[in-house]
Design a protein around this ligand. Sequence first.
Ligand SMILES: Nc1ncnc2c1ncn2[C@@H]1O[C@H](COP(=O)(O)OP(=O)(O)OP(=O)(O)O)[C@@H](O)[C@H]1O
Ligand SMILES: [Mg+2]
Length: 268
Amino acid sequence: MLDISQLRVVYPNGLEALKSVSIQAERGEIVAIIGRSGAGKSTLLRCVNGLQPVTSGTVRLDGEEISAMSGEALRKVRRYIGFIWQEYNLVERLPAITNVLTGRLAYNSGLASFFGYFNAKHRAIAIASLERVGLLHRANNRADRLSGGEKQRVAIARAISQEPKIILADEPVASLDPELSVQVLSDLSRVARELGVLTLINIHQVEFARQFCDRIIGIARGEVVYDGSPDGLTEPVLDSIYRFDRPNADVSSPFEAEPEDLPAEVVA
Ligand SMILES: Nc1ncnc2c1ncn2[C@@H]1O[C@H](COP(=O)(O)OP(=O)(O)OP(=O)(O)O)[C@@H](O)[C@H]1O
Ligand SMILES: [Mg+2]
C-alpha cells in the first residue's frame, strides 16, 4: 500500500537528509519511526505527505506516485493522508467540532466551505470521529480552552474524519507529559487499529514505540538501520540507531561531546 523506494533527499544547502530509504507498509500497520534528532524522520514524513520535493526515488500510495505529483493531483491524494503535528495545528478560536470538520474540507465544495457549510454527511462523520476519541462532550468547546491531551485527540479526530488511507504523526506527544502521552498514544493506536489505517509515528521515546507500535523503523543519518518488530530492538540495535558517529566529528577530543553521545569504547 505504501511503497517508498530508494528515496533520497538533498536539501538546497547540500545536506543529504535521506540517503536511499526503502520502506513497504500495509494497511493496518502501526509503525514507529525512531532515531536521533536530525536523523531524517520529519523529512521522511514530509515526503510521504508530498510536502517535500524528493531528489530521487519514489513514494507511492496505492500505486499513485506522490513524489511525482503537484497541484490538483497532489491535493486530491492528500485527502487520504491525515497528519498529526506536535503542536496540534488547531484553529484555536473555533470549537472542537469545527476543527474536526476541517478534515472534511477537501471533500466539500469550495463555495460551501467558504460559507462554513458542511452537509449532514460531513457533520455525521465529524461527530463520529470526535466520539471515537471520547471527546463528544467537548464538541462545542473552543480549541484554546482544551487541555493539551484533548487538543491532540481533536487532531486525531480531524485526521480520521478525512477517512484516511494513512495517518502520519510527527512527534505527536512531544508537548505532553508522560501520563497524557500514554493516553494520546493509546487513543491513536486504538483508533488506527479499529479503522485499519496504516499509521507512521515519529517518536523519541523508545518505550512508547515498543508499547504502542507493531513495527519499528530505526533511522540513523538518513538511512534505515533497523526495520522489524519491537522484540528485535535489542541493545546493539539501539546502539546502531542512537550511537554517536558523525563523520566529521573529532573523536580524538571526546570532551567536546556529551558523554552519553559517545560509543562505549570511547567513554571507557
Ligand atoms: N529545510 C531544510 N533545509 C536544510 N536542511 C534541513 C531542512 N530541514 C531539515 N534539515 C536538516 O536535515 C536533517 C534531517 O532533519 P529532520 O528534521 O528530518 O530530522 P528529524 O529526525 O525529524 O529530527 P528531530 O528529531 O530533531 O525532529 C537535519 O540535519 C536537519 O538539520
Ligand atoms: Mg523531526
